[in-house]
Structure formats: C-alpha cells, structure tokens
Design a protein around this ligand. Structure first.
Ligand code: FES
Length: 95
C-alpha cells in the first residue's frame, strides 16, 4: 500500500486513499490485482472474468492505473488527474 508521500509523488495528493474497489461487484483492487497476476489477465480479460469496469465503469480508470503503477488504493481522482496520469480522460466504461 502506498504511504502518503508515495501518493503525493504519484497522484499529487498526499491524502487518505479511499478508492480501493469496484463497488458494483464489491471486489477490491488488491483482489483484482491478485487475480490478474495469478491468471495473467490484461484489463479486458480481467473485466470479462470479474465484471469490473463493465457495469457503471467508474472503477475502469482506477484499474487502468492499477495496471500502470501497481497501486491498489487511490485518492478520488478528477478527469484532469486521469488525463495527467493516463494520457486521456479515463473512460468510465470498458477497457
Ligand atoms: S464500480 Fe466497477 S463497474 Fe461500477
């Protein structure tokens, strides 16, 4: 888990990291990361396997960040944050 200094360095927020799961399917990002590594799944395959990213889609850009940097807890991020971190607006649905 990232500490406050690591969070500030990566995300620009040195605050608690309350975003830790896909709420539609009640799967933590830590659990999703474990599944992805154990089964060698990319984001699309992980979404097909768990449903995460495929319902409301709010978790999708966070899961993309999970793949990018390895973190499993995040601050609440804005679209501008996703542009900075992912290079796009962090599409909400799909992968
Ligand atoms: S929060 Fe993951 S699909 Fe809704």
């Amino acid at each position: 888990m990232l500490n406050v200094d690591q969070s500030r360095a990566i995300f620009g927020y040195g605050v608690p990291l309350p975003v830790d799961r896909c709420v539609c399917h009640n799967r933590t990002f830590a659990e999703l990361q474990h599944i992805a590594k154990a089964e060698n799944l990319d984001h699309a395959a992980l979404s097909a396997r768990t449903g995460c990213s495929a319902k409301c889609g709010t978790c999708g850009p966070y899961i993309r960040l999970m793949y990018k940097c390895g973190a499993t807890r995040f601050p609440v991020l804005s679209q501008a944050d996703f542009v900075r971190l992912l290079g796009d607006g962090g599409e909400r649905r799909g992968v």
